[in-house]
Structures are given as structure tokens and as C-alpha cells.
Design a protein around this ligand. Structure first.
Ligand code: TXA
Ligand code: MG
Length: 317
């Protein structure tokens, strides 16, 4: 781990780390983010591991320009365009339909992706040098306070983050405002951009926010959003009788047993991080096959294994 002033050479180092699949912390105008290249599922899995998130929670994808937005969002409506013109770069996150290339670990299995264009010069330089969209949650331990200084990141996550770009305290100190536009405009998380300013551009925004639930589409609810249509159960695959395997699919940790109609292996090297990176894609693929059942093998409950098992239990509930 190294905490370094965000001079151009350090930003170049950070971009290099990102391009080879690593994770770095960087300042934005709201809070510090913990970033990885958004299209690299394995690198994104590492973010969850470092944050010790007990479950997958969709991440915000940061873009530096319109071309990067087009890489992650399928279409940009006229209303979204109006907000972008007015508020980007800045602390407004918009929810779009996701491009199929965006790994499902980024969106926690949702068909949508949350995107924002940060205004902080270091974040912008990092995006430019990396040349790719960067997925980044706030750079704090799960459940902990957001980091508004590089030292907060170092304190909470330091040992596990290769590089922390330090540019002093962040300007805004609270996370971005998250807005959904479809089917109706709704505030998903109040944040650094006041909702009144948004309403001045697009008219009334539904504020379905309760005081105790700053984000109505909170992690847990979002996770439940994605349930395979195919019945799923957690099972010791080796013990499932052969005749019960024929019409079913299996989601194996490292080795798929014989006899299943379809099989997906999460990590041939039994690596929970690699498994996490493949989880949502594999579930999606199996779900598309019209199988009578999916048997999912338990994975070791350490590191990202906890998140995987949480997700499988929800999927099987
Ligand atoms: O200011 C910020 O937004 C900071 C900086 C680093 O950019 N980032 C941040 O990320 O606060 P994070 O991971 O702490 O918050 C992500 C939240 C999720 O918990 C969820 O509420 C929402 O964004 N979210 C992400 N993807 C979504 C989606 N597809 N639909 C609805 N909400 C989504
Ligand atoms: Mg957060």
C-alpha cells in the first residue's frame, strides 16, 4: 500500500495498476472511491473483497466522456441528456439500461447500470489515462463511514489497496445524488446535488425516500431483485442421484460432476474471488436454458465466499 500525492506521475501509476486489473483509491468531488476497470469482472470482484461486503451491491460506474458512457449505457433518453448537459461533470448519478458488456457483478445482476461523470480533476485525469470506465463504490469498509480524506481510506482499507491517490479533503463530502428516470423520475439516494435543482430541469421527481432508508433501492432489496426464474437450491452435487441430474443444471464451485444437463464452473482453481466474478454471469446463462432446476454447490464461506453464499441463499429463497 502507498498513499501518494496525486501528481501526474502518480496518476499514471494508478492508471497502469487499473489497466492490469488492480484496484486503486482516488478522490472525487464527493467522497474517495475504490476503483477498478468496470469491464473487468475479476478486478471488480476484488473491490467487494477489500470492502468486506457481505453481499453484492451494485456499483456506480464513473465515465470521463460520452464515448465511455456509450460503452456502459444502452441508450440515453432526451431527459437524461438534458440532465447531463446541465450537471455533468458533477455529483449526479443516473440509472441507465446496461450494455451487455458490463459484467453483472458491477450491477449485482440488475439490467440497469448507475453512471456518473465526476468533476474532480484527479478523477478525470485517471479516467483519461486509463481510457476505460471505472466502477467505484465509496472507499470505506462495509457499514463504515465514507472517506473524505485519503487518510480515512488508509485507515480503513490501507493494507489491501495498492495505491491511494491523495488530493486532500473532498469538496462535497457526501455521495452523489442517485436518480432513476424510467419508468418515472425518482430519487434513489439524496446526495450532493439537491433534488430541487434536478426538478428545475425535468419537472417533479418522486421522493420515495424514508428518513431511515437513505437509499430505497438498498443493497438487500436490489439483490432480491435478481432472482432466477429457474428454481434454485443449494446442494451437495456429488450426493444428488444421477437420475435427478438429467433435467437440471448445476453451478459448481470448481469441478462439475457428470450427468447434469448443463454445468457452469465458478473457478477451476477454487478461488472465491474468481468465483464471485463469474457468479452472476453463470446464473444468468443457466437461467436462460429452461432447466427444471439449478443445483448450486456451496462455496467456502470466507472472503468473497460469504457474498456468494448470501447471493445463492437469496436466489434459492
Ligand atoms: O459520490 C458517489 O456516488 C461515490 C463516489 C465514489 O463516486 N460513490 C458511491 O458509491 O457512493 P456506493 O457504492 O457507495 O453507492 C452505490 C449505490 C448502491 O448502494 C445503490 O444504492 C446505487 O448506488 N446503485 C448502483 N447501481 C444501481 C442501479 N443499477 N440501480 C439503482 N441503484 C443503483
Ligand atoms: Mg457507500
Amino acid at each position: 500500500m502507498a498513499i501518494v500525492r496525486a501528481h501526474p506521475a502518480a496518476v499514471a501509476d494508478a492508471a497502469h495498476i487499473l489497466k492490469r486489473g488492480g484496484v486503486v483509491a482516488f478522490p472525487t468531488e464527493t467522497v474517495y472511491g475504490l476503483g477498478a476497470v468496470a469491464l473487468d469482472a475479476g478486478a471488480v470482484a476484488r473491490i467487494f473483497e477489500i470492502k468486506h461486503r457481505p453481499q453484492f451491491d451494485p456499483l456506480i460506474v464513473h465515465v470521463g466522456d460520452d464515448a465511455m458512457l456509450a460503452q456502459v449505457a444502452r441508450a440515453v433518453s432526451a431527459r437524461a441528456r438534458a440532465l447531463i448537459e446541465r450537471f455533468w461533470p458533477g455529483p449526479l448519478t443516473l440509472v441507465f439500461e446496461r450494455q451487455p458488456d458490463v459484467p453483472l457483478i458491477v450491477t449485482a445482476g440488475l439490467p440497469t447500470v448507475a453512471v456518473r461523470m465526476p468533476s474532480h480533476p484527479v478523477a478525470r485525469a485517471l479516467l483519461r489515462e486509463t481510457g476505460a470506465p471505472i466502477a467505484a463504490p465509496s472507499a470505506n469498509r462495509f457499514g463504515g463511514l465514507s472517506a473524505t480524506r485519503a487518510q480515512h481510506v488508509e485507515h480503513m482499507l490501507g493494507a489491501e489497496v495498492e495505491l491511494i491517490l491523495d488530493d486532500g479533503p473532498t469538496q462535497l463530502g457526501v455521495e452523489s445524488t442517485i436518480l432513476r428516470l424510467e419508468p418515472t423520475a425518482a430519487l434513489l439516494r439524496p446526495g450532493a446535488l439537491p433534488v430541487e435543482e434536478i426538478e428545475a430541469v425535468i419537472g417533479p421527481v418522486q421522493r420515495e425516500v424514508k428518513e431511515d432508508a437513505a437509499a430505497p433501492l438498498a443493497p438487500g432489496r436490489l439483490a432480491q431483485h435478481y432472482a432466477p426464474r429457474t428454481p434454485l437450491r443449494i446442494a451437495d452435487l456429488e450426493r444428488v442421484p444421477l437420475e435427478r441430474r438429467a433435467g437440471a443444471g448445476c453451478l459448481a464451485f470448481s469441478i462439475a460432476p457428470q450427468g447434469y444437463a448443463a454445468a457452469r464452473v465458478l473457478s477451476t482453481s477454487s478461488d472465491v474471488r474468481e468465483a464471485a466474478a463469474h457468479l452472476f454471469e453463470s446464473l444468468h446463462e443457466l437461467d436462460a436454458l429452461g432447466l427444471e432446476r439449478i443445483d448450486a454447490e456451496p462455496v467456502p464461506e470466507h472472503g468473497l465466499g460469504l457474498a456468494i453464499m448470501d447471493r445463492l441463499r437469496r436466489a434459492g429463497a
